[in-house]
Design a protein around this ligand. Structure first.
Ligand SMILES: Cc1cc2nc3c(=O)[nH]c(=O)nc-3n(C[C@H](O)[C@H](O)[C@H](O)COP(=O)(O)O)c2cc1C
Length: 205
């Protein structure tokens, strides 16, 4: 079974990220591979880990973690084969919360697979492009198909004038088709990279 995590990349109160992750989870449940048990999908919310700005004395590539929050995050990430990063665009990039969470670990990311659901004024395209660069350094294979949601057309708010009303994620139908294609790519690549992952188990998880 390919274990996929939907990583919620933003952490601010009233974020849209949780609504997007919920849409990904609900839509993915209908994917044949998830329905027939070849893949599982769960939400992994960075906000649940209370990670401070990186406070490990030794870079993650050494696998020598000193902090209990790092060990917790390590164990959570190590349990998955692949990730769907739910990433908003902040100032033409992805949120610092997500970069910080990525920087905390190393071996836990190696030879895994990522897809992206970006969102923002322009579909989070620039956030995802920058994420792809970081994935390269962490040896995460990132699939080409991505989902790009607009905060103007793919969300429904009860009060659009309230900036703290995240609303619900209600994407146009073609986004679900893109998500299904992305999941297919993730599952195929995750299976292909399984032998490499087996050789690169984290030392701390
Ligand atoms: C600090 C900040 C910077 C932002 N910069 C951009 C930007 O450069 N481009 C864009 O398309 N949207 C930008 N936005 C809009 C966000 O993409 C949008 O508010 C989104 O809902 C944020 O994700 P979140 O609700 O999960 O925090 C920015 C929002 C914030 C909070």
């Amino acid at each position: 079974m390919i274990r996929i995590a939907v990583v919620v990349g933003s952490t601010r109160p009233a974020r849209r990220g949780t609504a997007v992750a919920r849409w990904v989870l609900d839509t993915a449940a209908a994917h044949p591979a998830v329905a027939d048990g070849r893949a599982s999908i769960n939400i992994l919310d960075i906000a649940d880990f209370d990670l401070p700005l990186l406070d490990e004395p030794v870079p993650a590539a050494y696998g020598d973690y000193a902090q209990s929050h790092t060990l917790r995050w390590s164990q959570a990430v190590a349990a998955f084969d692949a990730f769907v990063f739910v990433a908003p665009e902040y100032n033409r990039s992805f949120p610092a919360s997500l970069k910080n969470a990525l920087d905390y670990l190393y071996a836990e990311w190696l030879h895994k697979v990522a897809g992206f659901v970006g969102y923002g004024v322009s579909g989070g395209l620039r956030a995802v492009e920058q994420l792809r660069q970081v994935m390269g350094e962490l040896k995460v294979a990132n699939v080409p198909t991505q989902v790009a949601l607009s905060i103007y057309t793919d969300f429904t708010s009860t009060n659009p004038t309230d900036p703290t009303d995240a609303g619900t994620c209600t994407p146009a139908p073609y986004h679900a088709e893109r998500l299904a294609q992305m999941l297919e790519e993730i599952i195929v690549w995750s299976a292909a990279l399984a032998p490499l992952r087996a050789e690169a188990q984290p030392t701390t998880a």
